[in-house]
Design a protein around this ligand. Structure first.
Ligand SMILES: Nc1nc2c(ncn2[C@@H]2O[C@H](COP(=O)(O)OP(=O)(O)OP(=O)(O)O)[C@@H](O)[C@H]2O)c(=O)[nH]1
Ligand SMILES: [Mg+2]
Length: 886
């Protein structure tokens, strides 16, 4: 009786005067925390601070400034947090199923109602769990006296203020009730925030700000069964994960997508925004394809899952509902908006993340956000666009566009790309008028005014197709490697696979390059012949001097025929040609002579190549570090190639070196089918396969010599594809400073420096081990241990055949790189092998890259606690296309 009286008293103090209070047990609308004094239990019971009802302030104090609010009152009324004997007597949500497996319906029942689907004991246990799910703050079981609203029969509204938008918590602390969370009328208390302050707590969703739960891998949050091999579906709000048997019980008909019933109406965990509307395999197993579609549609479109205006801060000011509508409804809205801080230049329409470069041209003159700040994009260039100090990348583009912009220059830039210098009132031109500027912009992910997108293709058809879609999001792949590793061959194969045909101009350029290369290879051989000849004669002379009294040395031993002759010696005609060509090359006069004299000297080139002295020289090609393997392929056909009628074949194009554009930068856009062979059955029932768009950017290693200058501009790439020639283990090479070193070691150093580069800290790396064919051949003659990095290569079993040895050596090298990568980044390196002349291997490598990116995306968005049986396996080794990825 006494207890009843106390409860009545407490409740009366808490709720507004007008609200009727009943302490009738049957209709109890309130639950009161009482201390647990039951038998020992295995889990920790939440601790409750003793509450002195007489110390309670009245409810009205909360709303002193705003007046009593019915919404808040009802929220208090519905606030339930009961811990009693480990059992709940509170109103709770229970999901009834309509009997139909695929047609679950949600019915909320209050306590006392019996569940028909499963027995009482189980239901009680599930209720416990449901409660745990219903309030993420309580998940750790350590909630203090804070009374947090949870749902009841109309729980969805309970967690929201009257406009139904934002969650509000009522907390009881230090003797008075306070509202916590966001207020609908926040404009009144709007903060004028300066850029770069820590993200306002209000733009970070409630779900985000929660501490991440410690959960056992593969455990279902409801039935607690653990199976690390099984997929789990996560709630978009509380991130609890469920097995397929519990999914429908806990999520019901999913009117807002994948959310626990108790999370319906709550905003999603922002880290899951990218996964909205993307079905999973598990869902497609437990509901029909039609329902998958409906659930995904609801997930994407329902209001609770949309961005809330206050989550966007533009130029330091939170958006209002109307401003968000204006922004999203404008002809060119920012795509894939996430909560965060942005800057917007309303004169030009440029839009970007606070502290960063521009991302897009949105429509100009929108009335959104505050005033654009000078330091909006954190530029340190002393060059300004409409008052904003531009970034280094933008400044580089201005320089490429030949726009004079010394420090302290301020431009007015308009939405069509025209610009004028501040105060001069005279348009100076259009920044984006040149194709090259637009192309470079697209490569560095800088926006181009919408009016300039069309026509971009015209001049740039060389290495860029579908350019009109440049502003849509692409997965950018940066292809890098030490010179000669095969990046341009891989790029050309990608172009053959996914690009347009080579244009007439490209073919003509290619022809000149191949003819020019022919003379360069010849020059390299001739120079080497001279050196070999000198050495041989010198050696002969020394030996003669040393053995004046001894036996004469045989001709075979020294290679020297007479005092002035050896196997490397030319006749006079060949010597004359050699002197002439080497003279031209030494003077750097090659361009003047070429291509006019090419045809004239073609027959001589053939004669020189067939000369025994040059053949002897060629036998020692391993010592000729500047002679590429491909030289023989072209020199063998010297006469044909030097002729006017010569047309490069596809094979010639692939083999040709030096076809680089735009200072070694080349870009190619292409699409890949998103379908995975293992997904076929799922895809049949659901949406048709989508195409994923990629941009392959090849940067010549010369660009890397200039240090990090270029690399910073590629910090937003989705992946680095690093190429290493396997055959380099036995290749010596002069580095930039003129030091001779093993080329594999040089590759290793370059790889290391890229992995350590700050711009790529979070970028996945894929290693392509190329030239597998040459590697196999080379291993016959030169052991892998030749390279000091591989000195411990010591296969235990003797190799039955050369193929096994090659394969072991390949895996050994892959593991060396993986260990190196892991030691720097603590991440996993994905490796695949290619023979760049075989197109199918490049096709497979690109598909492999696609899989790695998908896996990385899923890993990052933490969509599901995927087990190893999923097709996005964490071990991409089982990638169906590839035979040999590691
Ligand atoms: N046999 C064989 N040759 C290859 C392979 N990949 C590339 N090559 C040849 O190796 C040479 C160097 O390849 P490139 O693709 O030009 O290498 P790169 O990375 O562009 O190097 P640079 O152009 O020097 O910067 C070329 O002659 C290619 O034809 C391969 O897998 N097998
Ligand atoms: Mg090349």
């Amino acid at each position: 009786m006494m207890a009843e009286k106390n409860w009545d008293e407490v409740v009366r103090r808490v709720v507004p005067v007008a609200v009727p209070v009943s302490v009738d047990d049957e209709n109890l609308d309130y639950s009161i925390a009482v201390e647990y004094d039951g038998p020992p239990i295995s889990f920790e019971v939440p601790k409750i601070q003793p509450l002195d009802p007489h110390s309670l302030s009245s409810y009205h104090r909360v709303s002193d400034s705003r007046g009593p609010s019915k919404t808040t009152a009802s929220r208090v009324k519905k606030s339930i947090s009961s811990v009693s004997n480990g059992r709940s007597n509170q109103a709770s949500e229970v999901v009834h199923r309509d009997g139909e497996r695929n047609s679950p319906s949600l019915v909320a029942s209050t306590s006392g109602e019996k569940e028909e689907d499963y027995d009482y004991g189980v239901r009680k246990e599930e209720e416990e769990e449901d409660r745990e799910h219903s309030s993420p703050q309580r998940a750790d079981g350590k909630k203090s006296a804070a009374v947090t609203s949870t749902s009841t029969e109309d729980g969805r509204e309970d967690d929201y203020d009257r406009k139904g938008k934002r969650p509000i918590e009522v907390k009881f602390c230090s003797g008075k009730y306070e509202r916590e969370g966001n207020y609908e009328d926040e404009e009144e208390v709007e903060e004028e925030e300066t850029p770069y302050s820590a993200p306002s707590s209000s733009i970070v969703s409630e779900a985000e700000s929660r501490p991440k739960k410690e959960r056992k891998k593969g455990a279902c949050s409801r039935c607690k069964r653990t199976n690390v091999w099984k997929e789990r579906e996560a709630c978009l709000v509380c991130d609890n994960r469920y097995c397929s048997s519990c999914l429908l019980k806990i999520m019901g008909s999913m009117p807002e997508g994948r959310k626990c019933v108790s999370c319906i109406g709550l905003p999603i965990d922002e880290s899951k925004r990218a996964t909205l509307g993307k079905a999973s395999r598990m869902l497609s197993r437990v509901v029909s394809p039609l329902e998958v579609k409906q659930i995904m549609k609801a997930e994407k479109e329902c209001s609770a899952n949309q961005l809330r205006p206050e989550q966007l801060i533009v130029n330091g000011k939170k958006l209002t509902h109307d401003q968000l509508d204006e922004l999203l409804g404008c002809p060119n809205p920012p795509s894939k908006l996430k909560p965060g801080r942005y800057w917007y230049d309303k004169d030009s329409g440029l839009w970007g993340k606070e502290g960063g470069k521009p991302d897009i041209f949105v429509t100009e003159n929108l009335k959104v956000g505050g005033v654009l700040q000078r330091n909006a994009s954190n530029g340190k260039t002393e060059v300004f666009f409409n008052g904003r100090e531009i970034t280094k990348t933008e400044l580089r583009i201005l320089r490429i566009a030949n726009i004079h912009c010394p420090p302290k220059t301020a431009f007015w830039v308009y939405s069509n790309g025209t610009y004028e210098e501040e105060g001069q009132k005279k348009l100076k031109g259009n920044i984006w008028e040149k194709n090259t500027t637009r192309w470079i912009c697209s490569m560095f992910s800088l926006p181009i005014p919408p009016g300039h997108l069309a026509g971009l293709n015209d001049d740039l058809s060389t290495y860029s197709n579908k350019s009109a879609s440049l502003q849509k999001r692409l997965q950018k792949l940066l292809l890098l490697g030490l010179e000669g590793s095969g990046t341009s061959t891989i790029f050309k194969q990608a172009k053959f696979l996914h690009g347009t045909n080579f244009s007439r101009k490209e073919l003509d350029d290619m022809k000149l390059i191949i003819q020019r290369n022919l003379y360069i290879y010849m020059g390299t051989l001739l120079k080497a012949r001279e050196r070999f000849e000198d050495n041989a004669l010198e050696q002969k002379k020394n030996q003669q001097e040393q053995s004046e009294d001894s036996e004469p040395v045989s001709e075979e031993e020294t290679g020297v025929k007479t005092d002035r002759q050896c196997v490397y010696s030319f006749d006079q005609r060949m010597t004359n040609f050699s002197n002439w060509l080497l003279q031209i090359m030494a003077m750097g006069d090659f361009e003047a002579f070429f291509p006019a004299a090419t045809h004239e000297y073609a027959p001589t080139v053939a004669d020189v190549w067939n000369d025994p002295a040059l053949r002897e020289t060629y036998k020692r090609r391993n010592e000729l570090h500047s002679l590429p393997d491909v030289a023989k392929y072209f020199i063998d056909r010297a006469i044909e190639i030097a002729s006017n009628e010569y047309e490069p074949s596809e094979k010639d194009i692939l083999h040709a070196e030096g076809f680089d554009q735009y200072n070694g930068l080349a870009s190619l856009e292409f699409s890949l089918d998103d379908r995975n062979p293992m997904m076929d059955s799922y895809s049949e029932h659901c949406e048709p396969p989508t195409l994923l768009n990629y941009q392959l950017i090849r940067l010549h290693s010369k660009g890397l010599n200039e240090g990090t200058k270029w690399l910073e501009m590629f910090e937003d790439v989705s992946a680095i594809v690093f190429c290493v020639a396997l055959s380099d283990y036995a290749q010596m090479w002069f580095d930039g400073s003129g030091t001779l070193q093993n080329k594999m070691l040089a590759s290793k150093e370059l790889f290391q420096s890229l992995v350590k580069h700050p711009s790529f800290r979070n970028t996945p790396f894929i290693l392509i081990l190329n030239k597998y064919d040459i590697f196999e051949e080379k291993l016959r003659d030169v052991p892998l241990t030749t390279c000091e990095w591989f000195s411990d290569f010591n296969p235990v079993r003797p190799h039955s055949n050369h193929q096994t040895l090659t394969s072991n050596a390949y895996y050994y090298i892959a593991v060396k790189f993986k260990a190196l990568y892991h030691s720097i980044s603590e991440r996993k390196l994905f490796v695949c092998q290619t023979k760049a002349y075989e197109r199918s291997t490049i096709d497979e490598a690109l598909k492999y890259v696609k899989e790695v990116l998908k896996w990385d995306e899923i890993k990052n968005t933490n969509l599901n606690n995927l087990g190893d049986d999923t097709f996005f396996t964490t071990e991409i080794n089982s990638f169906p296309y590839m035979h040999n990825p590691v």
